[in-house]
Design a protein around this ligand. Structure first.
Ligand SMILES: [Zn+2]
Length: 331
């Protein structure tokens, strides 16, 4: 993702840097009066949370053990195989959505693919949960080795791992709406900032949805990005809040977090974050909000490793999303 304020920054890159450099906007969004304190942390433990954060963290490790999952590499292929097998085993309908781009450095073709996982595919009205699953080619914000190894434990694996765990309860989900998980490739195939385009997979997915509409309709969507930070703090993003069709969705999710006592969903600030959700909203006209923890010191550095992430953070976000989903699919 890129990030905010005055000029537009990219989400992958924007957040950490921008949060610190650009600062955040102190705007009074306080729908329920809840969780207004900054740096709030709940006293929740893994034992108190029904979402299995420990298993999600195990998935995060499994993904990171593949190494960096840069688009069109053997590790990315291994990840695709792992995800397809995982979700097919759970009974989902899984397909790849391949597309091709030109490598920004060499001009050679690069094969990319989104993965679309459908639960209850017969339901025409659907909810979209998505994340990017590619990792940035280099840790270009690393103070010592910006051409070193970027593992993307939080930025790439955390949302993917969370959806792997959430998928286990999807077949039994009662409701009128179906649920799709979509894993976007090419969110940050960035070799040179400002030159190379972000959000390739989300843009392709949104354009296909708009130009060749399927026989189902997405009523709403949630994008998950960097949801595993051991020091979790999640603020609404300004784009989501500025879209009339999406603002109610943000309120529902933050109200759900408040109801559950997950105080890490802080509702008194907004960041402007450029991320995959912009493509989905602007091209496909799907109301989509971004669940992202911008304050992540290891952002785009070699330190974005499993040690920076925690089972408890994955449990908190997973629980909020699952409880919100139970309400959302009823209507
Ligand atoms: Zn990133």
């Amino acid at each position: 993702m890129t990030k905010p304020s005055g000029q537009t920054v990219l989400l992958g890159a924007v957040v950490a840097a921008s949060c610190l450099l650009v600062g955040y906007l102190l705007l009074a969004y306080n729908p329920s009066g809840a969780g207004a304190a900054a740096d709030a942390h709940s006293k929740l433990t893994l034992q108190k949370i029904p979402f299995n954060g420990q298993r999600a963290y195990g998935y995060l490790n499994e993904l990171c053990e593949l190494g960096p999952r840069v688009s069109d590499t053997p590790a990315m292929s291994a990840q695709q195989k792992l995800l397809i097998e995982h979700f097919e085993k759970l009974g989902a309908k899984v397909r790849q959505q391949p597309f091709r781009i030109r490598h920004p450095e060499t001009g050679q073709p690069v094969n990319m693919a989104n993965i679309i996982v459908q639960f209850h595919p017969e339901r025409r009205e659907r909810i979209l949960l998505c994340t990017h699953y590619d990792t940035r080619p280099f840790p270009d914000q690393d103070p010592t080795n910006p051409r070193g190894t970027f593992l993307g434990a939080n930025d790439g694996a955390s949302g993917t791992a969370l959806l792997m765990e959430l998928g286990r309860s999807m077949p039994a989900l009662k409701g009128k709406l179906g649920v799709d998980f979509v894993f976007f490739d090419g969110e940050e195939f960035i070799f040179q900032e400002k030159r190379d385009p972000y959000f390739l997979g989300a843009k392709y997915f949104a354009t296909e949805y708009a130009q060749q509409p399927p026989d189902y309709h997405y009523r709403a969507g949630v994008l998950l990005d960097m949801v595993g930070d051991g020091d979790l703090q999640i603020y609404p993003d300004r784009y989501s809040m500025s879209w009339a069709d999406t603002e109610p969705l943000v309120k529902q999710i933050w109200d759900t977090a408040h109801r559950l006592g997950v105080r890490e969903f802080v509702n008194n600030k907004r960041f402007e974050v450029l991320d995959d959700h912009i493509q989905l909203h602007d091209i496909a006209h799907i109301p989509v909000c971004d669940i992202i923890d911008f304050k992540y010191p290891a952002w785009h550095t070699q330190n974005d490793t499993p040690e920076q992430c925690s089972a408890l953070s994955l449990a908190k976000v997973g629980w909020v999303i699952e409880e919100w989903l139970k309400l959302a699919v009823r209507k």
